[in-house]
Write a protein that binds this ligand. Structure first.
Ligand SMILES: [Zn+2]
Length: 344
């Protein structure tokens, strides 16, 4: 049992979700904290107190962190996290020093993609692309059963592919980015505008939320599931843009499966049906090629922490000699190779 448990920590813009995860991807214990967004030291402090608490009841072999930001290719440094005020934060080494555990840091979407491949919707697939539709769009690529991070660690930032020249302004500074057409933010904007205009659907959502700036995209999903035709249409439109972007990704990467996760995927077939239709309509070489499957993620919002824990556990195991005998031999060899130098 000794090497089989790892802690997974998912650091989002507003909360830290943490769990003790076993080698089958099951979560044995959970903790949640608010994210202290201003100071990286406070986040490290929170991680270390969570770790201490878990260690009271569990023997932990490794710790994995999934963070909403750009993580360098050596999985040690958060280069940039728009919601966390982190710039070039050497998170891995700081957390390793505080906890004494082997630590791995990755982008939260990469961690989710890994979890879906190991334990979720994409088990048995060689190549997959994960697309998470939350406020924006996150993504991850697994090729030949390995996470693909790119030369600089930034692969999978699909949300900022330009799909409309001179299109809607994006928070990243460019215009026409995919996430300005296919994300929860789109639904939220439409819902708030409808509430301001006083349309029937808008007023329904306003009553539910109790204030225009409290209306979130999830309310649209709720209304659509309850059968509101306009809400269904809005989600279908997002699905349509989703399918167009997926066809572009298929042209570039040609995976066997696209896994759709994130809060907007709660809409299920109301979203994925139109996405499949737009994908088939837009795909290059359609009719003369096999088409990738588009499926909903299985693991829900805990995919990130499950994947981070699993990657950390596997990485720690790879770095250690396979058995204690081998470890002793390595130590003996190191000692004998050092001793002649020492005698000089
Ligand atoms: Zn953008």
């Amino acid at each position: 049992m000794a090497d089989k448990l790892a802690i997974g920590i998912d650091i989002g813009g507003t909360k830290i979700a943490a769990g003790v995860v076993d080698e089958d991807g099951h979560i044995l214990a959970r903790l949640r904290r608010e994210t202290p967004t201003t100071d990286p030291l406070e986040v490290i402090e929170a991680i270390s107190s969570i770790t201490e608490e878990f260690r009271r009841d569990h023997h932990i072999a490794a710790l994995g962190v999934g963070a909403a930001g750009f993580v360098d290719a050596s999985q040690s440094t958060v280069l940039f996290a728009p919601h966390l005020a982190w710039r070039n934060e050497p998170l891995r080494d700081s957390v390793a020093r505080r906890t004494g555990l082997p630590v791995m840091v990755d982008n939260d979407a990469n961690a989710s993609g890994w979890a879906e491949w190991r334990f979720g919707a994409a088990q048995g697939e060689a190549d997959l692309v994960l697309i998470t539709l939350g406020t924006g769009i996150g993504g991850a690529i697994v090729i030949d059963g390995q996470p693909y991070r790119g030369q600089f660690g930034i692969a999978g930032e699909f949300g900022h592919m330009q799909v409309v020249p001179n299109g809607r302004q994006c928070e990243c500074g460019n215009t026409g980015c995919w996430e300005q057409y296919a994300s929860g933010r789109v639904l939220m904007r439409r819902a708030r505008a409808a509430a301001e205009e006083g349309t029937e659907l808008g007023l329904k959502m306003l009553a539910e939320a109790g204030g225009i700036d409290r209306i979130e995209g999830s309310l649209v999903t709720q209304q659509a599931k309850a059968g509101d035709v306009e809400a269904i249409e809005w989600i279908a439109e997002v699905g349509d843009w989703l399918g167009v972007g997926i066809a572009n990704l298929a042209a570039a990467l040609d995976p066997g499966m696209f896994v759709i996760g994130g809060g907007v995927s709660d809409a299920g077939d109301l979203l994925i049906g139109p996405a499949r239709a737009a994908f088939s309509r837009t795909l290059t070489g359609r009719g003369y090629r096999a088409e990738a499957r588009i499926v909903r993620a299985h693991l829900g919002p805990e995919a990130g922490l499950i994947g981070a824990a699993d990657m950390a556990r596997l990485t720690a195991r790879r770095r250690r000699p396979a058995n204690p005998g081998a470890r002793a031999r390595v130590r003996a060899a190191a000692k004998s190779s050092r001793s002649p130098r020492r005698r000089k």
